[in-house]
Design a binder for this molecule. Structure first.
Ligand SMILES: N[C@@H](CCC(=O)N[C@@H](CS)C(=O)NCC(=O)O)C(=O)O
Length: 218
């Protein structure tokens, strides 16, 4: 059975978890505590970069959430989470990459503030500006559709959806982005979303580990 190495508070792992649920792929969840287990020799053998998520499917290992999503789509194509026409494929990839390479890095300084760590003011301003630019980009792309590509969920929604609904936590209201707000509420109704939402007490317990990771890496 496919092994899924994860942690319940990891947004990178969550997007894989949602895809596994959406595709109803049976899997064995393997919890990696982010208080140091990720640095152990056993887990380093699975992912030398020492991060979740990772999967092992019939002895084949994949790391990096986007690579895992692509693997799952190719190996388990039903139901599809990737459209087939060129424009829609480009849209999905744009949304995914903007989420990973623009939005997610902008949340690191903002998370540092939430956790009481020091942050350079200029970095913070740049991060805030980057977040609002991405929100507007997504708002325009959604343009009243249920999902980024029409009426069916795709990897675009799964990847952006593991980040955007958390933005109000940093002081960005979704009220000024009505399409983004409706989309976010729509996603929250899906069983895959509800099954993978971390409980508040789990998030609370993970805060010291998050603080250590942020201090070390960002
Ligand atoms: N680019 C990677 C990022 C993975 C990542 O940073 N995972 C975090 C949890 S959200 C982690 O395992 N951090 C442990 C550490 O930095 O020690 C992906 O998309 O899978």
């Amino acid at each position: 059975m496919l092994k899924f190495y994860y942690n319940p508070v990891s947004v990178n792992a969550r997007r894989v978890w949602v895809a596994l649920r959406e595709k109803q792929i049976p899997f064995e969840p393997i919890l990696v505590n982010l208080d140091g287990d990720q640095l152990d020799r056993d887990f380093s053998a699975i992912n030398p970069l020492q991060r979740v998520p990772a999967i092992e499917d019939n002895g084949f290992r994949v790391i990096e959430s986007l690579a895992i999503l692509d693997y799952l789509e190719a190996k388990y194509p039903t139901p599809p989470l990737m459209p087939s026409n060129p424009e829609d494929i480009a849209k999905v990839r744009m949304v995914e990459m903007v989420a990973l390479y623009e939005l997610q890095p902008a949340t690191f300084p903002l998370t540092r503030v939430l956790l009481g760590l020091d942050v350079d003011d200029r970095k913070l301003d740049a991060a805030r500006e980057r977040v609002t630019t991405v929100m507007q980009f997504y708002e325009d792309l959604l343009a009243g559709r249920s999902y980024f590509v029409g009426e069916e969920i795709t990897l675009a929604d799964i990847v952006a959806g593991t980040l955007v609904p958390a933005l109000p936590m940093f002081g960005f209201s979704l009220d000024v982005y009505p399409h983004l707000k409706a989309w976010s509420e729509h996603l929250a109704l899906r069983a895959s979303w509800q099954q993978t939402t971390p409980l508040p007490e789990v998030v609370e317990a993970a805060l010291p580990n998050m603080r250590k990771i942020l201090e070390r890496r960002f």
